[in-house]
Design a protein around this ligand. Sequence first.
Ligand code: SF4
Ligand code: SF4
Length: 265
Amino acid sequence: MKIAITSVGPTLDDPVEARFGRCPYFVVVDTDSMQFEAIENPNVALGGGAGIQSAQLMAEKGVEAVLTGNCGPNAFQVFNAAGIQVIVGVNGKLRDVVSDFNQGAFSTTSQANVPSHFGMGASPLVADPAAGGMGMGGGRGMGMGRGMGMGRGRFSGTDAGPFDLPGAVPGADRESLRAQAKVLEDQLKSINEKIAGLKNTGPAQGLIAVVDLMKCNGCGLCVDACPPGAIAINEQAEVAREKCTGCALCITACPEDALSLKARR
Ligand code: SF4
Ligand code: SF4
């Protein structure tokens, strides 16, 4: 079986790293042959999304289970979707962890045991044996505090129970992901319809962007979206008539729905 363990270093004699997304190394081990590959984590310095990126990396590597100290909700969602088992509260030397794994000493978890952005501060280096599945303490900086898990001790995840079959996704989580996907799908459809409608009556008819000052908060996102540089921020967005081509790109960029097109006069 191919498993990945978050590690402080690149060998089987290094200790487990408590953080998942920003661990220095992922050590992927074949539990039958003990052959392993140490992968330097490319996501250590990411400002955000390290958990998701690292979880996707594990999926690309084809691992069936991930063993770590703590795992946040974003990474956990990816693992669920990919059918990768997660074991938290793990610590000790990697070689011993694999041995314990082979003896069935671990149980998987069914939920994240720390909040989002756990471990964005300085590294706690190794999992805290006292923390176990609770995810208490851990890193300094953002994400300190009590996690959401329930297990105790080194070998307990948060959900006692045998390994599920690879590829299985708990029913409740699957429904939650489906619901989120549906919302995103509807939003995308609505945006595309809006763009299509604007194209039909677009720049050829001499349109220009206008700003609803009751809605504009001056965030400036439309400035970056405007190809000819027709928008400036003077507390709120202002559109230069001579530059605007009516392309509508600013409309899709505005989070406040403060922009629209109107016919030039
Ligand atoms: S993106 Fe929208 S809210 Fe932000 S400055 Fe532009 S018009 Fe205003
Ligand atoms: S419609 Fe196009 S050109 Fe005009 S302000 Fe918006 S992004 Fe810029």
